[in-house]
Design a protein around this ligand. Structure first.
Ligand code: G1P
Length: 286
């Protein structure tokens, strides 16, 4: 089996972010900062570290700040250069032409639909999907760990993490098969099962490596949980025809789609930083 290299990543960023209103009334939720970098930048840097060459954003109305963030900022950069300031701080935000593409999801029809909107840019290649809400902190990064696994076994990979039993209704849930190290065979998938009906507590976290066939499956995917076209449902239909594995991430996930998780992420990332970590830690201790 020849394993095609992974070069492209899809970032669904069309979501409305109602859980963070009013902060997200006029600003994309993906631009909320963890210390001094917006959430989406952590996901993009994670993809770069994993060797991804093209970032594909599935955006929507009101999301243009994301496009500006990953562009050059002519006036700002000119002014900084004139004042002798280094532009290094902006490095990961200046995506070169060809390294970035944008496509609009016109209606909020679900994650599966968002991914399907990128089908022409993805083409006939495997691709990653990163949900910026899940902030993955670890070394190497989460997608890099998954790509290392992908380069050995190919197929489709989903990041997997155990969640408390009373949380399974918030996630895609895996029916686990054989386990070997960080890999778990995926024999079934269900999106947001009703409380008490989950096949396990192994949940899908927002990192995927998928084969392009999923785009064909999404074409005919009907609405599922929450009335939305679910990526989980399309992946479930591919099981049996294609290999699927869960990858346990060696690191920490912060659920930044949730207010408490977002604050925890800010504190954890701040404490781990050399510049402000000691100050934050001393303050927390007090
Ligand atoms: C999405 C996926 C779900 C997954 C979750 C991970 O749900 O549909 O399968 O478990 O991301 O964060 P959402 O958080 O968009 O409701």
């Amino acid at each position: 089996m020849r394993i095609k290299p992974l070069r492209k990543a899809v970032f669904p960023v069309g979501g409305l972010g109602t859980r963070f209103l009013p902060a997200t009334k006029a600003m994309p939720k993906e631009m909320l900062p963890i210390v001094d970098r917006p959430l989406i930048q952590y996901a993009v840097e994670e993809a770069m570290e994993a060797g991804i060459e093209q970032m594909i954003f599935v955006t929507g109305r009101g999301k243009s700040a994301i496009e500006d963030h990953f562009d050059i900022a002519f006036e700002l950069e000119t002014m900084m250069s004139q004042r002798g300031k280094s532009l290094d701080i902006l490095d990961a935000t200046r995506l070169k032409p060809g390294a970035v593409a944008y496509v609009r999801q016109q209606e909020p029809l679900g994650l599966g639909h968002a991914v399907w909107c990128a089908r022409d840019i993805v083409g006939d290649e495997p691709f990653a999907v990163l949900l910026a809400d899940d902030l993955m902190v670890g070394e190497p990064g989460c997608l890099k760990q998954m790509v290392d696994a992908y380069n050995k076994i190919g197929g489709n990979l989903i990041c997997a993490e155990e969640v408390p039993d009373d949380q399974t209704h918030r996630y895609g849930i895996i029916t686990p098969g054989m386990r070997a190290g960080a890999l778990t065979e995926v024999t079934g998938l269900v999106e947001k099962p009703a409380p008490g009906t989950a096949p396990s507590n192994l949940s899908v976290i927002g990192r995927y490596v998928l084969q392009p066939e999923v785009m064909r499956v999404l074409e005919t995917q009907e609405a599922g949980a929450g009335g939305e076209i679910q990526l989980t449902d399309a992946m479930a239909r591919m099981i049996g025809g294609q290999p699927f594995h869960g990858v346990t991430f060696a690191g920490t996930r912060y659920d930044c789609g949730d207010k408490a998780g977002f604050i925890q992420a800010n504190i954890a990332v701040a404490m781990a930083r050399d510049d402000i970590g000691p100050q934050i830690e001393a303050w927390l201790r007090r």
